[in-house]
Design a protein around this ligand. Structure first.
Ligand SMILES: CCCCCCCCCCCCCC(=O)SCCNC(=O)CCNC(=O)[C@H](O)C(C)(C)COP(=O)(O)OP(=O)(O)OC[C@H]1O[C@@H](n2cnc3c(N)ncnc32)[C@H](O)[C@@H]1OP(=O)(O)O
Ligand SMILES: CCCCCCCC/C=C\CCCCCCCC(=O)OC[C@@H](O)COP(=O)(O)O
Length: 279
């Protein structure tokens, strides 16, 4: 029986107290636990922000203008994580016409750099699986993200050909990660050619973007995630007017060379030392 003025603590409450003490201690002591917490919060926070975004975006229906709403909602995340983003080359974005943005792809954290500089009426091309990522998938769909099925090349190519028409008809810019997958090892994979076919088919320029290596503050293999700085460079446009499908391989190679040189320079690596591509 409980006496007046005394309080019994139940087993559940003891567990809660223990968790409240242990979690912050573990967070400080274990870099792995910190990494897992930060990544879980990153995904959870985005799913939650998407809950906010969905009704606002739904007012307009599926529309690329909704990308501005996603951008606005996501811009603060860099502050939560203490990631400083330094952008140079803004002047290279001052084109009125549509263009294809190509950018290196290190991790889901690329979303932060992307939102920092995302031009108006610019939509990313994303793997179809993202459409099923709960609220985030629906928010992406409402913002006009172009989904491709990477398991069906023909389908992916026809979606991209359709995108070439949409870009011109509706004055839309498209953002592609030409590596086609995240590349956590601090280098740049060989480029897939879809982005370059897209630019050539639409006869629009390519604007290469390079985000510096995250190695100083983030490493998935080592499960390390601290605060840090990322440099983003918007490179000058590469014209595609007059080029045909036969020139695509050369175009892709020359853009990749330029991006790799910038990546190595930004990441403080000697040039040619980290090229994982043997094209
Ligand atoms: C608040 C909530 C917010 C939520 C977050 C919001 C933000 C979300 C941000 C999301 C960010 C998410 C980020 C992400 O999800 S990144 C993952 C998805 N993105 C990509 O995969 C883009 C890059 N991939 C490609 O470009 C691939 O080439 C594709 C996918 C097209 C095919 O790949 P696949 O591996 O199947 O085949 P292949 O590359 O060997 O190509 C085969 C042949 O076809 C030729 N070919 C290719 N394309 C075209 C074309 N258009 N017209 C004519 N021909 C074309 C090509 O040259 C080659 O021929 P050849 O050269 O060998 O002779
Ligand atoms: C009810 C279903 C709940 C599903 C929960 C899913 C959790 C996902 C939560 C939030 C989504 C965060 C959006 C991050 C956007 C970045 C996407 C990204 O970077 O995709 C990776 C893709 O470029 C390449 O994929 P792979 O490296 O080939 O793989």
């Amino acid at each position: 029986m409980q006496q007046a003025g005394t309080m019994e603590i139940s087993v559940g409450q003891w567990i809660l107290i223990l968790v409240l003490i242990l979690v912050p201690l573990l967070y400080e002591w274990s870099a792995t636990f910190k990494y897992l917490c930060k990544m879980a919060f990153y995904n959870g926070w985005i799913l939650l922000l998407a809950v906010l975004a969905i009704p606002i975006c739904a007012v307009r229906g599926r529309n690329v203008e909704n990308m501005r709403i996603l951008r606005f909602l996501l811009l603060h995340i860099k502050y939560l994580y203490g990631i400083k983003i330094e952008v140079r080359g803004w002047e290279n974005f001052s084109l009125k016409e549509p263009y294809v943005v190509v950018s290196n792809h290190q991790s889901e954290l690329d979303l932060l750099g992307m939102m920092e500089i995302l031009p108006n009426r610019c939509v990313p091309i994303a793997k179809r699986e993202l459409m099923y990522a709960g609220t985030a998938g629906l928010a992406c769909w409402l913002a006009g993200v172009i989904f491709i099925n990477r398991k069906k090349t023909d389908d992916a190519i026809s979606v991209m050909s359709e995108a070439a028409q949409t870009m011109l008809r509706e004055d839309v810019r498209v953002w592609v990660f030409p590596e086609g997958t995240r590349n956590h090892d601090g280098s740049m994979l060989p480029f897939k050619r879809g982005a370059f076919h897209l630019a050539v088919q639409a006869q629009v320029p390519i604007i290469p973007i390079v985000m510096s290596s995250y190695k100083d503050f983030y490493n998935k293999k080592e499960r390390r995630f601290t605060t840090g700085k990322c440099m983003v460079r918007i490179l000058p446009k590469v014209e595609t007017r007059g080029l045909g499908p036969d020139e695509v391989p050369e175009l892709a190679d020359s853009v990749r060379k330029m991006m790799l040189a910038t990546f190595l320079e930004l990441s403080g690596e000697p040039s040619q030392s980290r090229d994982t591509c043997s094209q």
